[in-house]
Write a new protein. Structure first.
Lengths: 322, 266
């Protein structure tokens, strides 16, 4: 089977034109994305960007104002729409006065499956077997996150949605959850993982969508997205005279955006000179450097910059023109 | 799902605090009379001994007393917590992320609360019968017209009274569930339902209800007293049944309509 983007993998989740308004506030605006079988799909965005609203809509907790969501080709709102799908949104909610096992039993009852649910196996998978008879209110945040994953796995899903699964965890807890996600992906699950941590997405995901202010800002492989939107590449340029360089670049024929950096705080170690931040088109930095040199600017260093999340967002939301 | 909703109710402290408070009423009642009878000066408090001459009186008096505040209060808070408690604990989104439909979940929750409405007055009269029996044994009762009511009929009267009191409790629970769904606040829903009871009682007391008086939810709490008449006055009893069920159905339907449409945001 070949789908329209030619990856040859069946789409597991298709979101088309999703818009969700709360009164006048538009939480998600015309969002479209596709997750294909086998993906570990990162859904990256800062808090309040519309990640949770999108996930709630996928899980059927809220109704979209417009647009369509299909999971395994079936509309999520329709009969059997959540078949094969499991996941959670925000901090997982459990009955604190009941044991983990009782919580799982209640959720299994809500699953309406005839088959005996694999309680022991999912508890084993997330490493909670020994504490499964303890009340959930005695659990740490990390244990609750693991229980939430166990609860999702209880449905024996093919498609797993995890909303900020490492949120509120210490580094050890984060490592455990990431190892678990990697293992589940290795077992063939398609995973949709939301996060506001770029490093987490980098470690786990093969594809990523970036969302900000309810809009899709970028989608693609991590490399494509991190390199900047529209194939733009980012550099730090050390020059003898920043003002002169900016003047040259203003008249440049190349697709380039540049801004001077705060010389005090952003100066690279071991280089003297003034720094400029460059965002150049897919043709690379070569033409720009040539123009600078021709224009009489002394170029001392050109350092590619992998943007951190903050930069990436500024890049994506402001198009790099600052 | 109903089974699990009842199980959750059984495992919550709130449930037993309510039932415990209800069970305490007849026990405190009997104890208080025992203590006053054996007063410090050795003298008898007037009528106290008579009250305990017949233990059958205990469940009847405490039932009449508990319908004013305690039973509505306990039911209001349990019902008010039903949906809002899950919303604020974040468990509603967990459970709605599974395959169960919202309608089924709603009615399972409502059913568990309605069972509680039946259990609460049953606990009251059950404990009342036991406490009364040990305090004074059972004797035939004197009905309102002076005609004697046999012990057997007296016990049947006690249980039917509890059953009839449960009906307006169902209506009140439905109202509290409606508030629970709409306000998403457990405490607010419980308080709101109690305020409804107080306002209706106030309207009755001040004669503001006029021709609506027989159809107020609170008026139905007294219907069971007609069982003590000889012959039984069925008209207010039958009215109590349909009026209570109408309140129940109306607010459950309204709550359901909101619940199935609402966005689950917390």
């Amino acid at each position: 089977m070949t789908n329209k983007d030619g990856t040859g993998r069946e789409p597991v989740l298709e979101v088309r034109g999703l818009t969700k308004k709360f009164g006048d506030f538009v939480a998600v605006r015309d969002l479209s994305l596709a997750v294909r079988r086998g993906d570990v799909y990162g859904f990256l965005g800062p808090n309040g960007s519309g990640k949770s609203t999108t996930i709630r809509t996928i899980l059927g907790l809220i109704k979209p104002t417009s647009g369509e969501i299909r999971v395994f080709g079936r509309p999520v709102g329709g009969p059997g729409g959540r078949e094969g799908l499991a996941g959670f949104v925000d901090a997982p909610g459990f009955y604190g006065y009941l044991s983990a096992r009782d919580n799982l039993r209640i959720l299994a009852a809500a699953d309406k499956r005839k088959k005996e649910p694999p309680f022991a196996r999912v508890l084993e998978t997330v490493g909670l077997s020994e504490r499964s008879r303890d009340k959930v209110k005695t659990y740490s945040t990390g244990m609750k996150q693991r229980l939430a994953i166990a609860a999702a796995l209880l449905r024996e899903p093919e498609f797993l949605i995890l909303d900020e699964p490492t949120s509120g965890l210490d580094p050890g807890g984060m490592r455990d959850i990431r190892a678990l996600v990697r293992r589940l992906a290795g077992e063939g699950l398609t995973i949709f993982l939301s996060s506001h941590l770029l490093v987490e997405i980098e470690q786990l995901c093969n594809r990523v969508a970036v969302i900000g202010h309810g809009r899709l800002l970028a989608e693609g492989t991590l490399a494509e997205v991190v390199q900047g939107t529209n194939g733009h590449l980012n550099y730090r340029l050390v020059v003898g005279d920043a003002e002169g360089a900016l003047r040259v670049l203003e008249d440049s024929a190349s697709s380039v955006a540049a801004s001077s950096l705060d010389a005090e705080t952003d100066r690279m170690e071991g280089t003297s000179g003034e720094e400029i931040r460059l965002s150049v088109g897919p043709e690379g930095a070569g033409p720009v450097v040539r123009e600078l040199v021709t224009g009489g600017v002394e170029v001392r260093a050109l350092v590619p910059v992998r943007p951190n999340l903050e930069d990436l967002f500024l890049e994506l939301t402001e198009g790099g023109r600052r | 799902m109903i089974r699990w909703e009842l199980y959750k109710l059984l495992r919550q402290r709130r449930t037993f605090l309510g039932l415990g408070a209800i069970a305490l009423v007849p026990i405190l009642f009997v104890t208080a009379i025992q203590i006053t009878r054996e007063g410090p000066d050795g003298g008898e408090v007037p009528f106290a001994a008579q009250l305990l001459e017949n233990g059958l009186v205990v469940p009847l008096i405490t039932l009449g007393f508990a319908t004013f505040v305690l039973l509505p209060l306990v039911v209001a808070f349990v019902a008010g917590d039903s949906i809002a408690g899950e919303t604020s604990a974040g468990t509603l989104k967990t459970i709605l992320g599974r395959s169960v439909g919202r309608t089924e979940l709603f009615f399972s929750k409502a059913a568990a609360v309605l069972v509680y409405c039946l259990v609460a007055p049953a606990v009251l009269v059950g404990v009342g019968l036991i406490a009364g029996y040990f305090a004074g044994g059972f004797e035939p009762l004197a009905g309102p017209g002076g005609a004697p009511i046999s012990v057997g009929r007296g016990i049947a009267l006690v249980w039917s009274g509890a059953g009839l009191v449960a009906l307006p409790l169902l209506g009140l629970a439905a109202f509290a569930i409606f508030l629970s769904v709409t306000t998403q606040n457990s405490l607010g829903a419980g308080v709101g339902a109690v305020v409804l009871v107080l306002l209706l009682r106030l309207a009755s007391g001040l004669g503001l209800a006029g021709p609506l008086e027989p159809y107020l939810l609170t008026s139905q709490f007294e219907a069971w007293l007609n069982l003590t008449r000889d012959p039984i006055n069925w008209e207010p009893i039958i009215r109590s049944v349909w009026v209570s069920l109408l309140w129940t159905a109306a607010f459950l339907a309204a709550a359901w309509a909101v619940f199935v449409r609402r966005d689950v945001l917390s």
